[in-house]
Design a protein around this ligand. Sequence first.
Ligand SMILES: *[C@@H]1O[C@H](CO)[C@@H](O)[C@H](O)[C@H]1NC(C)=O
Ligand SMILES: *[C@@H]1O[C@H](CO)[C@@H](O)[C@H](O)[C@H]1NC(C)=O
Ligand SMILES: *[C@@H]1O[C@H](CO)[C@@H](O)[C@H](O)[C@H]1NC(C)=O
Ligand SMILES: *[C@@H]1O[C@H](CO)[C@@H](O)[C@H](O)[C@H]1NC(C)=O
Ligand SMILES: *[C@@H]1O[C@H](CO)[C@@H](O)[C@H](O)[C@H]1NC(C)=O
Ligand SMILES: *[C@@H]1O[C@H](CO)[C@@H](O)[C@H](O)[C@H]1NC(C)=O
Length: 485
Amino acid sequence: MSYLKLFSVLTLLAPLLWPTSAYTWPNTDTDILEAIYYQQIGYDGRRFSAFVRTCETGNNLGPGRTNSAEWIRTAYHDMATADVETGIGGMDASIGFERSRQENVGFHAFTETLLFFGDFMSARSSMADLIALGAVMSVTACTISPNRKPLFLPFRAGRVDATEAGPFGTPEPHQDLTSHTRSFEKQGFNSTEMIGLVACGHSLGGVNGRDFPEIVPAKNDSTNVDSKQAFDTNTVPKGVQLSEVITPIPLKPDNLFIAMNDGGNMTITGDIRIRIDDNLPTDSRQVFIHFKPRSPSTPAIPPVEATRLSENTTAWHPYAPSFEWWNFTTTVPASQGFESFTVEVVDDGQSTVHANGGGGFPLQTDLIPQNHLSCSSVYLGRAYLLNLTVAVRDELNFQDVKLTVPIPVRQAESVVPRFESHVLDMEKTGVLADTGYSLYTASLDVRPEHMYVTIMSYGLSGRGGARDVEVPFVLWKGMGTCPYS
Ligand SMILES: *[C@@H]1O[C@H](CO)[C@@H](O)[C@H](O)[C@H]1NC(C)=O
Ligand SMILES: *[C@@H]1O[C@H](CO)[C@@H](O)[C@H](O)[C@H]1NC(C)=O
Ligand SMILES: *[C@@H]1O[C@H](CO)[C@@H](O)[C@H](O)[C@H]1NC(C)=O
Ligand SMILES: *[C@@H]1O[C@H](CO)[C@@H](O)[C@H](O)[C@H]1NC(C)=O
Ligand SMILES: *[C@@H]1O[C@H](CO)[C@@H](O)[C@H](O)[C@H]1NC(C)=O
Ligand SMILES: *[C@@H]1O[C@H](CO)[C@@H](O)[C@H](O)[C@H]1NC(C)=O
């Protein structure tokens, strides 16, 4: 059984990798997927893996059906229409448009899988990436055993969702060997690999007899243990760049908010997520935040001590990472003008400073969302509402401050939405005395015919001033609820 072969299928459809470099925070292209993958249960647990806790998890699916098999089958059928000659198709969530095809029997299973993944979609987590992540997690669930570590296939992000159906071409069981071989060749597989792939894909959950009465599931297939990928990279869809492999980040800031106060002060709050590894944290552990002023002539402030939260984030899958959390609050004059911070972790008197690859964790203070002056709501079936106020740094003299909000919209014939950006001008609504900041506000009220629950976000930009500033991906988080009217 060749799980690595499956991994090849999931990843190799896009060979152009970003240059290798160590992770630095933030990476707005991958941070949300890192959280969906590794924050499984507990504090800010994303619960994506709840449905593949084990290989057999099926919940209410009905007899003979397991999520792991259906998720892998969805991944396989989504990528199976790849045409290596034209570079069209591949893992792109086009399965959403293709569910009714004869070759994709199992309409309900695909629909249910896509609807489940839909809750985790965002402007930075495409359905195609979630399909790949679902298959990666299913493989982990199906390789849990008492004696060894399960397989954690390398997961990369960056797949782009299709906006129309792909070509026909998923091999069907009733076709003869020659047509199978031809269509697999089109995907870049030879006959040995084809046998391995079909056997592998189906041995996880068995072939569902209702969908495939014609074939007997291949079990215990050892013909394809040689699982090294050997795909010609010219066989691969064009124009997609995959990220680095997404690994659990050892120390990650989260939920960083800055509130500008009336009296010329600002309050900075944040969480620090620390991976619990073999070097178990001590009971006496202390965590300190060291803020670095933007200008060397600004006086430093004393380190801010963080508090350990009572809840951890853990995992269903053995050997998957778990995390502890710390939070901090500090109020300082707004004129402080910080640019970054480092995190010092002290265990039994031994200090380790985390500096995010050397430069510190950046603190974005050009366009600062003011959550206490803002609200957001998704009224399912009715409206997406966001009323956002941002503190804008005066000395940058922006001519143009914009709010961009990706809203999920229906695609005819698919259960998978696509995101359509609403771009709004932010209007100056006030001046914050003695801070060097002004308030800008914009309000969005979108009431589409079809509503989707996805992870909602927005972006900010400031242009036409001393320099351009982009804040590409901020979650709708930490704000009050907008009233519905
Ligand atoms: C699987 O195949 C191996 C050899 O290829 C054999 O030793 C083993 O007994 C088989 N297991 C089952 C369940 O058939
Ligand atoms: C298919 O490719 C694999 C390498 O991925 C190779 O080991 C195998 O011999 C090939 N099979 C055929 C029939 O060419
Ligand atoms: C501003 O913060 C300082 C401490 O940094 C505090 O002494 C002062 O009272 C605060 N001012 C207001 C108006 O909150
Ligand atoms: C969180 O993890 C730490 C380190 O493993 C452990 O000492 C602590 O008991 C955990 N807390 C909870 C609430 O489980
Ligand atoms: C940390 O979070 C807890 C729970 O949300 C909150 O009650 C507490 O005030 C926070 N502490 C700090 C220092 O931010
Ligand atoms: C948005 O919020 C501001 C207060 O921050 C309020 O004055 C304004 O009326 C709100 N706009 C809408 C359209 O609700």
